[in-house]
Every structure is written in structure tokens, then in C-alpha cells.
Design a protein around this ligand. Structure first.
Ligand code: MSP
Length: 578
């Protein structure tokens, strides 16, 4: 059934095969951005940056934005005593600013309150209606404002004491609602959606495919796609029926279409999305409702959903009430924005929740960015070893001699030879943590080569005959840094950019294909900018979270007591021996 629908959809327009359209979820404007939100955006951004490096002919497009309608936003604005439109403007601008500060290279930032989006929603609604997929019905159920969805009994937890029901997914309370709504015939798309989910690499990581298939093993109920306007007024009106407004999730999902110009046919040049990045909490909406809505409208569903897990903070769910929400701008003051990007991509894995801890962030950033990457660049650029401040050309006979004489040189070379292929495989799957592992392993091998080659023993003045070897050691080290810099660009565009600038790697030689090219054949001067890539982060006592301070206090008390005990024992021992 689905295959014939897709064929029909293809006939609507010629899809541009070089298009690679990527989306992030659009973010609710009921609260300021935190690192979890930034994580969705950084994954999508790093994915797109890799695509642009690896496939320069592809038309890569990244869209992000804000989700601004519905009860949740209505209530948040009322809570702040600000007119809702102004409230949306303010919070939406904060998302835009955070993403800009974090180097998210989005091609579009869509807001669901924009006219272009309202037109797309109206057109989509009319398409569903004209195809007979919408009907009006009396509807009752438990509505969760925080999740913006009706929930079934199996999705609820009853607190026996208070008699209140809560959403199992989010833990927020639900309210009983009886109203006349428009319903979407979701039940008719069960087989089609299942077929779509089961396609190779459709849902990644695979564990989320299993979750969807489990949900699809039970009959799908039809879903309500409108709310009465007198209850939810901050929403898009249903075409030709002002008494109802469009359900916020249908409204929100259509952003992916409005951004590429739907309903103007030009949208087909970029449709369907190659990858949609989402968090695990919104899997049902993107993995069941969304393909069903699209198929019902005669449109092709996305090629892949990339689902990531969540960040906890020191083992706890992030929440305003726990006062543990990590603000990306504040975190960047300590770690730098590039450091924060690196930490999120290096430490986060899509298939399970990650824990954001200050201690871990310090350890990783100091050891990998400052001590391993930064230190190597500083050493290769040190005036004592490199007085002319050049990226020297290697001497062929010295390179061969080093490779023959030093195991460390061979290990570095092997690591470099494998790096491009391995990192390519990892980037293709959004396995950024494995990209980081591979690059850091290569940098360790290069640091080790530098140590074993002892360039400081060949410094000018020792003997002029040493110059070719010294230059070759620096050239081989800088070349390893150049290659690591190219690979790291999607994860840390600015830091990798500064590294490549320092080495004066021309802008048009930073693409993926240059990983296969060899060292420069003639020496070139280094850029005059500082070689300090990443300043070691020094712990500031006041920045430590309370439990860590407590732990340290206890540890220092314990070690003081231990020392005093030892002193006592020593004294006793010496007095008994005299
Ligand atoms: N507005 C909806 C999405 C509509 S898309 C058509 C929404 N917004 S959200 O602001 O609540 O969440 C946006 C994204 O942030 C989701 O992918 C969500 O999973 C992600 N995160 C929210 N908290 C998170 C963590 N603690 N950790 C990681 N990501 C998290 O849902």
C-alpha cells in the first residue's frame, strides 16, 4: 500500500538527489534554552558540517526554530504577566542567540507564529480534509498540558493519596477534558507507518525502532487534531471553523514543510528531509503521527529519524524545581562554547542518557583539548624549536629514517592512515564520541612521536647538520595536527578553524578530501596569532556544585587526620627507639 503511495508522491515532482535537508525539533518557548536543547541543535549542526565537508556538491540545509503555540505557552506568558506575543519574541530570541553563540550554522530559523507557517498549516489541513482523513467527534480524555497531548490510561500514573493522575513520560499532571474536536484517522495508517519504520536505517539508533514497533503492535487510536478556540486561543485557527484551533503538535510538525516553502512546489526540491534529529521524548510524534500525517497528505515521510537520549545533571533529571538546569551561556563562560560543544558530542551517546558533571567536563576538556591537542600545537610552534615560525617541508630521507628508527613514528603514521576512514564511518552514523576517540588516539600517538624524536636535542646551535631532522619532526607533527584539525571541524568549527589558521591551511584545502593529501612541499610561515588553542581550565572554588565542595571538604579532613595519625605514630616510634 505504502509503496504505491510513495510512487505517486514521487510523480508529484522530481526530488533533487543532491539535497540533504536536516532539521532539529522546534523548541517550546515556555522556558529558556538549556544544554539539552543545545544538544539537539549541536548534533544536527555537526552532522551538516560533516556533510558539507565530505560532499561539497550536496545542497545541505539545516533548519531549526521555535514552537510557540498552545496552552503551555499561553500559561507560561500569563505566569510572567507578559502579553503572549511579546513573551514568544523574547524567548525565541534567546534560542536564536544561544544557537548563534554556539556556532549552529542553520539556514533557516522558523517560528510557528510566522505568516508563512500559518499558510502552510492551513493548506496542509485542507489537504487532509479534502482527502477525507479528518472528521468531527465528541472526544474525552486525559490531557497533559506539559506534554501537549491526550494520554491513554496506560500512559498515566495514579497517585492514590491525592487522586491525581500524572503522565508517566514527563511526570506532569493531567486534566480530564471533554470537548468536540476534529479527529485524524490515524488508525488507518497503522500498516503504512509500520512499513515505513521498518525500512533499513529509518530509525537510528535501532533501539528506538524497536520502541516504535512495540507501540505499533497495538491498534492505533485516531487522534484529536484540534481544540476548542475558547480553551486554546493561542493557536492557528482551523480553516473555515473559527470555533476550533489546530492541535499544537500538528501545527508544530508542519514547520518542517513551511521552512522549505510548502505549499509552493519549490519545496519538493528539498523534500523529504534526509535526517530529522529529535530527542527520545518526542519519538511518538515523529515516528507515528508525522509519517501518518504526511502519507495522508500524499507527501513522502522523512528518510531518517535520528533519536538522541537525554542529559541528566549529576545524575538527576534537569528541572527548574531542582535548580539544576544548565544554561549554555553560563556553562560556556567556564568551558568556552567550543569546549561545551566538544563535551556534549564527546560524552553524549544517542542510545542512552548522558550525565553532565562539572568534574567530568573539566577532566575531559583539560586532558583532551588543553593537554593533548593544545599542548602539541604549542610545542611544535615554540620559538625555541621553531625560531623561524614556519610549517616546514619535510625532508624525504629524514622521514624515512624516522619511520625506520622509531616505533613511535610508525604508530603515528598508522594511526593517521586509519583516521580518515574511521572518522568517516563514525560521522556517517553521527557517532561523534567515536570520532573524538579516534582523533585523540592519533594525537596521543603524535605526542608520543614528538617525545621519542626529542627535537629539543636538535635545536639550532647544537649542530647545523641537525636542521633537516628537526624540520622533519616539526613537519610531521604539524601535518598530524592539520589532519586532526580538518576532522574536528564539524565538532568544534571555531577551535579547529583557529588551528588550521595558525598552520596557514588555505580555506579551500580544509575539505574532507584533503585528508588524503600529503604534507606541504615547501615551507610556509605560520600565522602570527597565538598558538594557545585551549586554555587549561583552573578550578574556581565558587563554581563547584555544593555536593562536590562537601566531598572535597570531607576528603581534606580525612587526609589531614591521616597525616596527623602518621605523625603521631612516627613520633611514638622514634621515642620508643631512643
Ligand atoms: N516543541 C516540541 C518539539 C516540536 S518538533 C515539531 C518540543 N520542544 S522542547 O523544547 O521541549 O524540546 C526540544 C528538544 O530538546 C527535544 O528534542 C528534546 O528531546 C530536547 N531536550 C529537552 N530536554 C533534554 C535533555 N535534558 N537532554 C537532551 N535533550 C533534551 O518537544
Amino acid at each position: 500500500m505504502l509503496i504505491s503511495k510513495i510512487r505517486y508522491i514521487h510523480a508529484l515532482g522530481v526530488r533533487c538527489s543532491s539535497s540533504h535537508y536536516v532539521t532539529t525539533p522546534i523548541f517550546y518557548v515556555n522556558a529558556a534554552p538549556h544544554i539539552g536543547h543545545l544538544y539537539s541543535a549541536v548534533i544536527a549542526d555537526a552532522h551538516c558540517r560533516y556533510q558539507r565537508l565530505r560532499y561539497p556538491d550536496r545542497n545541505v540545509r539545516l533548519c531549526t526554530g521555535t514552537d510557540e503555540h498552545g496552552t503551555k505557552i499561553q500559561q507560561a506568558a500569563a505566569g510572567h504577566k507578559i502579553p503572549v506575543a511579546q513573551y514568544c519574541d523574547e524567548i525565541s530570541a534567546r534560542y536564536r542567540d544561544v544557537f548563534k553563540a554556539a556556532g549552529i550554522a542553520n539556514d533557516d530559523f522558523i517560528r510557528t507564529t510566522e505568516q508563512r507557517h500559518k499558510e502552510a498549516v492551513a493548506h496542509f489541513w485542507q489537504t487532509l480534509q479534502s482527502r477525507g482523513h479528518i472528521y468531527s467527534a465528541a472526544y474525552s480524555g486525559w490531557y497533559c498540558v506539559s506534554d501537549e497531548t491526550f494520554l491513554t490510561d496506560s500512559q498515566l500514573r495514579l497517585d492514590e493519596e491525592s487522586g491525581t493522575r500524572f503522565s508517566l513520560e514527563s511526570g506532569h499532571p493531567v486534566e480530564w477534558t471533554e470537548e468536540t474536536n476534529y479527529m485524524f484517522r490515524l488508525s488507518q495508517f497503522q500498516d503504512d507507518v509500520r512499513h515505513w519504520v521498518k525500512q533499513e536505517a529509518r530509525i537510528r539508533p535501532a533501539k528506538f525502532e524497536k520502541i516504535l514497533l512495540d507501540t505499533l503492535s497495538e491498534p492505533l487510536p485516531d487522534v484529536s487534531v484540534s481544540r476548542p478556540s475558547n480553551r486554546v486561543h493561542w493557536a492557528i485557527p482551523v480553516p473555515n471553523d473559527d470555533s476550533q484551533t489546530v492541535y499544537v503538535w500538528l501545527d508544530a510538525l508542519i514547520n518542517y514543510l513551511s521552512s522549505v516553502g510548502y505549499p509552493n512546489e519549490k519545496y519538493l526540491k528539498q523534500w523529504p528531509p534526509a535526517q530529522q534529529v529529535i530527542g527520545k521524548d518526542i519519538l511518538k510524534f515523529h515516528g507515528i503521527y508525522w509519517p501518518a500525517f504526511l502519507l495522508a497528505a500524499g507527501l513522502e515521510p522523512p528518510q531518517q529519524l535520528y533519536v538522541h537520549s537525554h542529559w541528566t545533571v549529576d545524575g538527576q533529571k534537569m528541572s527548574k524545581s531542582k535548580h539544576n538546569v544548565v544554561d549554555p551561556i553560563q556553562a560556556a563562560e567556564q568551558y568556552t562554547m567550543e569546549g561545551l560543544r566538544y563535551f556534549l558530542l564527546r560524552e553524549g551517546v544517542a542510545h542512552s542518557d548522558g550525565n553532565f558533571s562539572h568534574v567530568k567536563a573539566l577532566r575531559i576538556l583539560n586532558s583532551e583539548l588543553a593537554d593533548t591537542l593544545g599542548n602539541l600545537l604549542s610545542r611544535a610552534c615554540a620559538k625555541s624549536l621553531n625560531p623561524q615560525q614556519i610549517y616546514p617541508a619535510p625532508h624525504a630521507e629524514e622521514s624515512s629514517a624516522l619511520l625506520k628508527e622509531l616505533d613511535a613514528a610508525k604508530r603515528m603514521q598508522e594511526s593517521l592512515l586509519q583516521m580518515a576512514t574511521r572518522c568517516e564511518q563514525h560521522y556517517e552514523c553521527n557517532h561523534f564520541h567515536l570520532v573524538a576517540d579516534t582523533v585523540i588516539a592519533t594525537l596521543h600517538a603524535t605526542n608520543n612521536f614528538f617525545e621519542c624524536a626529542k627535537p629539543w636535542e636538535l635545536k639550532a646551535g647544537a649542530s647545523a647538520a641537525n636542521a633537516p631532522r628537526l624540520e622533519t619532526i616539526i613537519a610531521m607533527t604539524m601535518d598530524a595536527l592539520r589532519l586532526c584539525g580538518i576532522v574536528l571541524q564539524p565538532m568544534m568549527p571555531q577551535l579547529a578553524g583557529r588551528l588550521l589558521d595558525k598552520l596557514r591551511v588555505p580555506g579551500d584545502q580544509r575539505q574532507w578530501k584533503y585528508l588524503a593529501s600529503h604534507v606541504t612541499s615547501s615551507s610556509r610561515p605560520l600565522d602570527a596569532q597565538s598558538a594557545l588553542l585551549f586554555q587549561r581550565i583552573v578550578e574556581q572554588q565558587d563554581n563547584k556544585p555544593a555536593p562536590e565542595k562537601e566531598k572535597e571538604k570531607k576528603e581534606s579532613k580525612r587526609s589531614k587526620a591521616k597525616k596527623q595519625n602518621e605523625l603521631k605514630k612516627n613520633k611514638q616510634a622514634s621515642s620508643s627507639s631512643t
